[in-house]
Design a protein around this ligand. Structure first.
Ligand SMILES: [Zn+2]
Length: 199
């Protein structure tokens, strides 16, 4: 019926779960309800507040003795990490890791105008892995050819690296999934922090 966004203790979105699971986490005090002003509530506080909430977009759970508003966002009380997921070595992930920028000229391109670039060319023993494959625009890619950057007089603006984690992989949305308005700020949070990992 209604999905709930789960944040870790630092308010990074990490998961989407069912409202039943969310309520039981809050009930067991493993999680707190988060409102749109970033305030957090224990089960008791939220239950009390629920009496006063006139309209809750996600609806209510009614028990014989009380009603409780179904939360849209909860935060875990102790978990401060991010889900560990190996970032797959795919074209899309490489492009995203380098933010669709050419590693040599630094400009941003559409994916159709970017190439995968072996820093040490394959013909000279360069491997196809995170440590050696980056993104370059067509022009820079041609200019470099089968040379090493130094030989071609080109400089890498950032060091090739493997993404530590993938924020957008933390919360996976099915195609066409309707994200709730109240989730947006937390999803943005992930987005911006993912970017910083690349500096
Ligand atoms: Zn370029």
């Amino acid at each position: 019926m209604s999905d709930v966004l789960v944040l870790n203790r630092s308010f990074y979105a990490i998961q989407v779960i069912s409202w039943r699971r969310a309520i039981s986490l809050v009930y067991a005090d493993h999680a707190r309800v988060v409102d749109e002003d970033y305030r957090t509530y224990s089960f008791e506080d939220w239950r009390e507040l629920s009496e006063a909430i006139k309209e809750n977009p996600s609806g209510y759970i009614h028990t014989p003795s009380f009603k409780i508003a179904i939360p849209e966002v909860i935060s875990l009380r102790t978990f401060d990490g991010l889900p560990k997921s190996e970032v797959k070595f795919t074209r899309r992930n490489i492009y995203e890791h380098y933010n669709y920028r050419c590693i040599y000229c630094g400009h941003k391109f559409n994916s159709s105008d970017l190439n995968l670039e072996h820093v040490v060319p394959k013909s000279r023993g360069g491997k196809t892995d995170w440590a050696n494959v980056v993104t370059a625009c067509v022009a820079c890619n041609l200019k470099k050819g089968s040379h090493l950057p130094d030989e071609a007089g080109m400089k890498l603006l950032v060091k090739p690296s493997k993404p530590k984690w993938r924020g957008s992989a933390a919360v996976v949305f099915r195609p066409g999934f309707q994200m709730k308005a109240s989730w947006q700020r937390f999803i943005d949070n992930v987005y911006w922090n993912t970017e910083l990992e690349h500096q």
